[in-house]
Design a protein around this ligand. Structure first.
Ligand SMILES: NC(=O)c1ccc[n+]([C@@H]2O[C@H](COP(=O)([O-])OP(=O)(O)OC[C@H]3O[C@@H](n4cnc5c(N)ncnc54)[C@H](OP(=O)(O)O)[C@@H]3O)[C@@H](O)[C@H]2O)c1
Length: 310
């Protein structure tokens, strides 16, 4: 939804979480010249942000005096822990923007924790991995009071290609959960068809070249192509984080009485992979499970293929 505002861009920002996503997002705000202070549980991961002008702080409570505090950690339990620490400080921010992928219920609990302290809250989960952020293509879905969205919007714009405001309350959480359910289901299907094409006799890169140029190709199928062709499974998103999101999707399906058969089976396949100890690589290593189940062993093709991002 494109509505322009004259919101300020001179707010003092706080940033919680410098993992794969949080680091890349905070880096964009620091590089854009924002006044930003960053805290990460493992401080060494946040330290390099200092070279872009971010202030890396030792204690979470130091962020309480900032105007807008962003949060990008892992699960609702982690969000709750860091927020409780933030709220235990003597100062309080004007607004919290929470971007981790968490449940509707967790987000609603956070909203009541913050509103009890008079702090505005924008739920703002994101789409894209760290490389997507670097390429300036992150997208954000936001919900909460319109006034909070308008105030945060200039910063959301700096994080990527812009944001979609979907309404009040926790609606953005549902949008993000739906998005990640699609991520898992599409990945599993991409693995199935890539193994099928190879077993029938064609190289993976040739098949994916065709697919990526077809109407079925997408930014996602393109940026996963190097992993599928050359078996480069360095982590962009872990199997366990994806399982969390499929579980959130299945929970929402139960709550709203929506059958989600493809999500259920994808969740089970992912669980098999996790149960086989395949947790340390990217979720796209679902390809290896699919190959094993098809009785073939994959080898890297060592072909240079574009990820469509760089
Ligand atoms: N990766 C993706 O492609 C992607 C895309 C969209 C959304 N997401 C979502 O974004 C969130 C972050 O994902 P990520 O890939 O950046 O994960 P990650 O690399 O594992 O980073 C997790 C971050 O959370 C911090 N953290 C975790 N538990 C904490 C706790 N109890 N107290 C304080 N800090 C804690 C970690 O601190 P330490 O550094 O000290 O461990 C780290 O900064 C997740 O909700 C994920 O589902 C990820």
């Amino acid at each position: 939804m494109q509505i322009r505002t004259n919101a300020r861009t001179d707010q003092k920002l706080g940033w919680i979480g410098a993992g794969r996503m949080g680091y890349a997002m905070a880096e964009r705000l620091a590089k854009a010249g924002c006044d930003i202070a960053v805290w990460n549980r493992t401080k060494a991961k946040a330290d390099p942000l200092g070279k872009y002008g971010a202030k890396v702080v030792d204690s979470l409570q130091e962020l309480a005096g900032r105007d807008i505090v962003f949060c990008m950690v892992s699960t609702w339990d982690d969000v709750k822990q860091v927020m409780q620490k933030l709220l235990s400080a003597s100062h309080k921010p004007k607004m919290v923007v929470e971007s981790s992928s968490i449940s509707l219920e967790g987000s609603a609990e956070l909203r009541s924790m913050l509103s009890a302290k008079g702090i505005d809250y924008l739920a703002a989960p994101v789409s894209g991995n760290a490389k997507v952020i670097k390429a300036g293509k992150l997208t954000i879905v936001a919900s909460g009071p319109r006034k909070a969205y308008d105030a945060a919007r200039p910063y959301l714009d700096m994080l990527g290609t812009g944001s979609s405001y979907v309404g009040e309350g926790e609606l953005s959480r549902i949008a993000k959960i739906c998005h990640n359910v699609m991520l898992g289901v599409v990945m599993q299907n991409l693995c199935e068809i890539t193994v099928l094409a190879q077993k029938a006799g064609m190289p993976r890169h040739a098949f994916l070249d065709f697919l990526n140029n077809s109407v079925m190709g997408s930014m996602f199928t393109r940026y996963k192509t190097p992993a599928l062709v050359n078996l480069d499974f360095h982590v962009t998103f872990t199997p366990k984080l994806l399982r969390k999101d499929l579980d959130l999707g299945l929970d929402a399906g139960r709550e709203f009485e929506v059958p989600m058969p493809t999500t259920s089976i994808t969740r089970d396949l992912l669980q098999q992979m996790i149960g086989n100890g395949m947790t340390g690589e990217d979720f796209s290593s679902l390809l290896l499970m699919q190959a094993r189940a098809s009785g073939i062993e994959l080898k890297p093709e060592n072909v240079q293929v574009s990820d469509g991002l760089s």
